[in-house]
Write a protein that binds this ligand. Structure first.
Ligand code: HEC
Ligand code: HEC
Length: 275
């Protein structure tokens, strides 16, 4: 979704809010749902009402990502029954912490149809999380891993950027992301996500925002944990923390407008998509 994303988010959001009420009514009688066993707790029950109002149009009544707007979205809405999440502070393959989900819902996901839900009261956001966790039995069977520690960032420098460029070369980041980070590497057009949908690596030279946050620490975390359900791997075993910071500095050097549009773009996304 490269074309005028803000406008697209807004219109999609309006559609989904408009259709949400209707879908919620139709959904009342669905059977065997949610997968979770019996009675919902009080927060889950509250979350269900909010979900049926705000989320169902994209994520679907069953939480499987097949809401009525899903055909028009790329990337597709998350399938909560898999419990596979891109934005985590936990190790690759591990469940996210509630705080990870809370941060995602609050922030929204840049370059996707997922809006920021910052305008909802914090209790609503917590209850929504309680409810979306009922879609997968994994949340009953497994513990989320602990948050992986993010060491202090060493100062950015020309040397660090240069070392990061070398790592980008050595670790074959370019094969997907392209030599200049524009998302056009030789394997870029062959990539699919875990549900089989085509996925392209984000053009690292545009803007200064990333799916899972926009700070250097967020970027470090992306590289450390990987984005589960996508071809973007975790580099925590292959690279030392200092090398990861070098890569962060290198990626920042690709963003020609980093520091200029960040603030304004963020405020824009909250006010425009959050309504
Ligand atoms: C207009 C469509 C739309 C609506 C409405 C919407 N989402 Fe999403 N959501 C998406 C899309 C698309 C993605 C996948 C983005 C991606 O993979 O980059 C997503 C992803 C997510 C994720 C996964 C984050 C991760 O780390 O993988 C969570 C959690 C989520 N949405 C929660 C919600 C909740 C809660 C609501 C309702 C308050 C909601 N969404 C409403 C489109 C929507
Ligand atoms: C096998 C292909 C592949 C390799 C190798 C790879 N990536 Fe990725 N990367 C992806 C894809 C695909 C995405 C997009 C995921 C998405 O849209 O959810 C991505 C996402 C990212 C993001 C997050 C962008 C965003 O939108 O938030 C960063 C940063 C990144 N990659 C950097 C790197 C670096 C640095 C390396 C090497 C150390 C690397 N990648 C290696 C495929 C790859």
């Amino acid at each position: 979704m490269r074309i005028r994303p803000q406008i697209l988010y807004c219109s999609i959001l309006l559609i989904s809010l408009a259709t949400g009420v209707a879908s919620a009514q139709n959904a009342g009688a669905s059977s065997g749902y949610p997968v979770a066993q019996g009675k919902l707790t009080e927060p889950e029950h509250r979350g269900k009402g909010l979900y049926r109002r705000y989320c169902v149009g994209c994520h679907g009544v069953r939480g499987d990502g097949n809401g009525e707007n899903a055909p028009y979205l790329d990337p597709k809405p998350r399938d909560f029954t898999q419990a596979t999440f891109k934005c985590r502070s936990t190790a690759s393959g591990s469940l996210p912490l509630d705080s990870d989900l809370y941060a995602t819902i609050t922030r929204g996901i840049h370059a996707s149809g997922m809006p920021s839900w910052n305008p909802l009261p914090s209790r609503d956001r917590s209850d929504l999380i309680a409810y979306i966790k009922t879609f997968s039995p994994r949340f009953h069977e497994e513990q989320p891993g602990p948050a992986l520690p993010i060491p202090a960032e060493p100062p950015a420098s020309a040397e660090s950027t240069q070392r990061g460029a070398a790592v980008f070369q050595d670790m074959n980041c370019w094969s997907c992301h392209g030599k200049d980070g524009r998302g056009n590497g030789p394997s870029a057009h062959t990539l699919t996500d875990s549900r089989g949908y085509p996925i392209t690596p984000y053009d690292l030279t545009t803007g200064s925002r990333f799916k899972c946050g926009e700070s250097d620490r967020d970027l470090f975390r992306d590289l450390m944990t990987g984005l589960d359900g996508t071809p973007m791997p975790s580099f925590t075993d292959a690279l030392k923390p200092d090398q990861l910071w070098d890569v962060v500095h290198y990626i920042r050097s690709l963003q020609t407008n980093h520091g200029q549009d960040g603030e304004a773009a963020m405020v824009g996304s909250k006010t425009e998509t959050g309504k």
